[in-house]
Design a protein around this ligand. Structure first.
Ligand code: ZN
Length: 242
C-alpha cells in the first residue's frame, strides 16, 4: 500500500491543495493531526480530506478548537487564532474533529500527533526525548507530527541511544530493520526554515519513506489571513518557514 502522510495542515487549504496535486498515486491518506488552528480555511480543509480514503488523528489545536483544552498555555497569537477558529467551525466540522482518536495503529504502524507517550502534548525535538518514547509503543515504527520539522529518529539498541537524521529530499529512504519515530513535517506551517509545504510518502510493500516539499502560493493564504484579521506574526512566519 502507498500512503500519503500529512501532518499539521493548520487550515492552510492552498498548501493542502498543492500537496494533493503534487503527490503521486496513493491508496490512503494518514493525517497526523492539527487539521485546524492558525490558518484561514479550517472547514474547507476538513471537507477536502474527507474526499479521500483516510485516517486522521486529533492534535492539540484540534482539541483547542473544540474547547477540550485549556488555551491559557498557548501564546497570544495561537490563542487569538483558536478563538477565531472556534467561531468559524461548522457543526459538521466540530463533529468530525470531536471523533478523532489521539493515537492509532494501522498496517503495523503506530501513529500519534505529538508522541506515543503523550499523544497530544509532547514535542519530540531531540534524540533524548525520542529515545524515551520507544518504550511507549509496541510497533517497530511510530509516525508523529506536532513539531513541524521533518526528521527520522532511529533507535540504536546496541548502543542504547537514538540518532536523529535529516533525510535527503525527494529520494526514498529504505526503512531497514531498526525501530524509528518519523515526522513528515508540516503541510501548512513548516518550521524548519523552508516555507514549502512538507509531506511524505510511505510504501509498505517496498518499505520506503520519501520526504517531499512543494512550493505553493503562500501569498494567497496570507491574504486570506489578513482578510480574517488573524495575527500578523502568524501571517509573516509562513514566508520564512519558522
Ligand atoms: Zn501543529
Amino acid at each position: 500500500m502507498r500512503y500519503l502522510i500529512l501532518s499539521d495542515i493548520h487550515a492552510n487549504l492552498v498548501a493542502l491543495q498543492a500537496v494533493l496535486a503534487d503527490a503521486p498515486g496513493f491508496d490512503e491518506i494518514w493525517c497526523l493531526g492539527d487539521l485546524v488552528g492558525y490558518g484561514p480555511n479550517p472547514n474547507e480543509c476538513i471537507e477536502r480530506i474527507q474526499e479521500f480514503p483516510h485516517v486522521s488523528l486529533a492534535g492539540n489545536h484540534d482539541w483547542a478548537a473544540l474547547g477540550r483544552l485549556d488555551i491559557r498555555n498557548f501564546n497570544t497569537d495561537a490563542r487569538a487564532a483558536t478563538v477565531w477558529t472556534r467561531s468559524e467551525l461548522t457543526p459538521g466540522s466540530r463533529e468530525y474533529l470531536s471523533e478523532l482518536p489521539t493515537h492509532l495503529e494501522r498496517d503495523g504502524f503506530c501513529m500519534a500527533h505529538a508522541s506515543p507517550r503523550e499523544p497530544v502534548w509532547e514535542y519530540i525535538l531531540d534524540a533524548n526525548v525520542a529515545y524515551a518514547n520507544f518504550a511507549h509503543f509496541p510497533n517497530r515504527i511510530c509516525l508523529v507530527g506536532h513539531t513541524h520539522i521533518p526528521l527520522i529518529f532511529e533507535l540504536n539498541d546496541r548502543r542504547q541511544r537514538c540518532e536523529a537524521m535529516i533525510p535527503p529530499l525527494n529520494g526514498a529512504v529504505k526503512l531497514g530493520t531498526r525501530r524509528m519515530i518519523i515526522n513528515p513535517g508540516s503541510v501548512g506551517q513548516p518550521r524548519d526554515g523552508d516555507p514549502w509545504a512538507s509531506y511524505a510518502l510511505l510504501d509498505t510493500e517496498e518499505m520506503t519513506w520519501e520526504f517531499c516539499r512543494i512550493a505553493y502560493p503562500l501569498e494567497i493564504t496570507q491574504e486570506r489571513m489578513r482578510a480574517r484579521d488573524l495575527p500578523r506574526r502568524l501571517i509573516d512566519r509562513l514566508e520564512i518557514g519558522r
